[in-house]
Ligand binder design. Structure first.
Ligand code: DC
Length: 237
C-alpha cells in the first residue's frame, strides 16, 4: 500500500473544498493543489488580453504559451499557495468578481481543460497530494486512493461565500451570491466536457451541518485508513 496517497476532493462552488483541502494537506504534510485557481488564472489572462471567454479556438491557442506554476511559501506554521501566471504572481487577482463571473465558460473549453489536466497529472505524480476541483476523481486522477465529494445546501454555500467576501471588506448581497453560485453550478454540471460529477467510488460528505474541523478530521481518518502516513517533512515544493 502506498503511503503518499492521492486525495481527490470534488464538489460544487462554496462546498468548502479549498478550506478542507488545505486543512487535510496541513495535517498530513501533503501538498495542496487548487485546480480552480488554475482555471481562474487562464480566465484572468483571457480577460486581460480581450479574448472572448467563449472563443474556444482562441483560448485553446492561448494555452500553447501559457505557464501556470503553483508555489508554496511558509508563513509560520502555514504553507501558503501562490499562483504564478507567466511568471507573475496573480494569487489575489484571480479571486476578483470579474474572474469569478467569467471562469465557467473558460473552464468549459476542451482545449483549456486538456492543457490544465495534463499539468495537474504531472503535479500529482509523486503522490502526497490533496487536489481539489470538479473533475479530479473522474478525469484527472481516476486512480486516486481516496475520493471525496463534498456538498452542502445552496443556502449554506451562499452564506459561506458571503462571509468570506465580507471578511475581505467586500459588500455583497447574499441573494446575489446564491444566484451566482446556482448559475455556476448549473453551468459546471451541464457542460459537455468533464462536467462536475461525483465519481462512482467517491465518498459523499454533506457539510451543511458540519464544522470545517469535523470535515477535515473525517477526511484525514479516511486517508489514514487508505494507507496515508503523516509525512514528517515540510510541504514546500
Ligand atoms: O473552485 P473554484 O471556484 O475556484 O473554481 C473556479 C471554476 O473553475 C469553477 O466554476 C469550475 C472550474 N473548475 C473546473 O471546471 N474544473 C476544476 N478541476 C476546477 C475548477
Amino acid at each position: 500500500m502506498v503511503s503518499r496517497i492521492r486525495i481527490a476532493l470534488d464538489g460544487p462552488a462554496g462546498s468548502g473544498k479549498s478550506t478542507v483541502a488545505k486543512g487535510v494537506a496541513h495535517k498530513l504534510n501533503y501538498i495542496y493543489i487548487d485546480t480552480g485557481a488554475m482555471y481562474r488564472a487562464v480566465t484572468l489572462k483571457a480577460l486581460e488580453n480581450n479574448i472572448p471567454v467563449d472563443d474556444a479556438e482562441m483560448l485553446t491557442r492561448m494555452m500553447e504559451d501559457t505557464e501556470i506554476v503553483l508555489r508554496y511559501e511558509r508563513h509560520g506554521n502555514e504553507s501558503v499557495m501562490h499562483v504564478f501566471l507567466d511568471g507573475r504572481d496573480v494569487s489575489e487577482a484571480i479571486r476578483g468578481l470579474e474572474v469569478t463571473a467569467n471562469v465557467s465558460p473558460v473552464a468549459a473549453v476542451a482545449g483549456v481543460r486538456q492543457a490544465l489536466v495534463s499539468m495537474q497529472r504531472k503535479m500529482a505524480e509523486q503522490g502526497g497530494v490533496v487536489m481539489d476541483g470538479r473533475d479530479i476523481g473522474t478525469v484527472v486522477l481516476p486512480q486516486a486512493e481516496l475520493k471525496v465529494f463534498l456538498t452542502a445546501s445552496v443556502a449554506e454555500r451562499g452564506r459561506r461565500r458571503w462571509l468570506e467576501l465580507r471578511e475581505k471588506q467586500m459588500e455583497v448581497d447574499l441573494a446575489e451570491i446564491i444566484a451566482q453560485i446556482e448559475k455556476r453550478d448549473d453551468y459546471d454540471s451541464h457542460r459537455e466536457v468533464d462536467p462536475l460529477r461525483q465519481a462512482d467510488d467517491a465518498i459523499l460528505v454533506d457539510t451543511t451541518e458540519m464544522s470545517k474541523e469535523e470535515v477535515i478530521d473525517y477526511i484525514v481518518k479516511l486517508a489514514l485508513e487508505r494507507g496515508a502516513r503523516i509525512e514528517p517533512s515540510s510541504v514546500d515544493a
